[in-house]
Ligand binder design. Structure first.
Ligand code: SF4
Ligand code: SF4
Length: 332
């Protein structure tokens, strides 16, 4: 190892799970600290945002940035860290694709505020008080970051070099990222820009249940709690929606092994343009193939209609990147 490199870890619109996933490396965290000095990680150590301003441009080697971009502060942090860092890594599904909070793009700022501060059963807000950027108090003016109309992914606001998907990224995927970082510390080698640090094919390719898959039509869709799930049979065969065919591999099938279907957190597989659209079109054909009599009897839509929250199911992690999101104005 020539010199220790400098790493920053930052969270934006995040739940903290990505930071916990790094801590979950346990003694392997020392693999990181043996090759790198952590120069900024405000959620875990006593760093302040103003510390960032003191670093020279490009003086941080690698930034791991987790969380989506929703506020002006998230955006400013992303721009500042991009300026200060040689390599920017989108870490976790929120930074890569928008993630679970990206589903807020089914509405806008007003919809989010109404739901959070007014319309829920537990809200009492007769004066319609909502968060404001500047609030005058006797002691002075309180200033908050502005709230954008929609969620953005990290690469919608700054240039991103690499992507580490997962909600949160799994142990093995983080170790893969650490190996890449170690290679960089050792000899300056990096993978091709834009590399997604995960598998390439769809999850089904590495799923131990894939030999039980057939091309039979799904006649009834059920939710996981509605039946006893056979732990050896493909979920789709059992009428349970599994996003495996539309999701990048590399997670080690941890959900499948826990007898839960894939929810899609690794985003679309290589050569799949849009995860949700692929899923909707496949489920459309899985219902109709060879079943013209279903159409005649007007029953074709019955299994499709039994999908609860189809948009939330198919775009659970990737809405801000999806085709249907493109009509929304970025960063407003
Ligand atoms: S990717 Fe998942 S674990 Fe990471 S911040 Fe987003 S919601 Fe949390
Ligand atoms: S659909 Fe799901 S359960 Fe079936 S093979 Fe693919 S990943 Fe495995």
């Amino acid at each position: 190892m020539k010199n220790k490199i400098k790493i920053a870890i930052n969270w934006a619109g995040a739940c903290g799970g990505c930071d916990v996933a790094i801590l979950d490396l346990e003694e392997k965290v020392f693999d990181i600290t043996s090759i790198a000095d952590i120069v900024y990680w405000p959620v875990a150590m006593d760093f302040k945002r103003k510390d960032l301003f003191d670093y020279d441009d490009k003086s941080i080697d690698i930034t791991l940035f987790n969380g989506m971009i929703r506020t002006s502060e998230h955006k400013e942090d992303a721009q500042l860290l991009r300026k200060k860092s040689k390599v920017m890594i989108a870490f976790g599904s929120c930074a890569c694709f928008g993630g679970i909070p990206g589903m807020a793009n089914f509405t806008d700022k007003k919809g989010v505020f109404d739901c959070s501060y007014k319309d829920t059963a537990s809200s009492f807000n007769p004066d319609n008080i909502f968060p404001e950027i500047n609030v005058k108090k006797k002691s002075g003016t309180l200033t908050l970051p502005s709230f954008q109309n929609h969620v953005n992914t990290l690469d919608q606001v700054v240039d991103v070099d690499y992507f580490v998907p997962g909600c949160p990224p799994t142990y093995d995927i983080i170790l893969k990222a650490v190996t890449i970082i170690a290679g960089y510390a050792d000899n300056g080698d990096l993978p091709k820009k834009g590399t997604i640090i995960a598998g390439k094919n769809a999850l089904c390719s590495e799923c131990r249940r894939n030999n039980s898959m057939t091309s039979k039509v799904i006649e009834k869709i059920v939710r996981p709690h509605e039946k006893m799930i056979d732990p050896d049979i493909c979920f789709l065969e059992q009428g349970i929606i599994c996003m495996g065919p539309f999701t990048r591999s590399g997670c080690g099938s941890t959900c499948i092994d826990a007898n839960m279907p894939c929810r899609g957190c690794f985003g679309p597989a290589e050569n799949q343009y849009d995860q949700g659209t692929e899923a909707m079109s496949t489920f459309g054909s899985a219902v109709t193939t060879g079943q013209d009599d279903y159409i005649v009897r007007g029953e074709m839509l019955r299994p499709v209609n039994s999908i609860k929250d189809p948009l939330g199911t198919f775009y659970r992690f990737s809405l801000p990147n999806a085709i249907i999101n493109k009509n929304m104005k970025d960063g407003k």
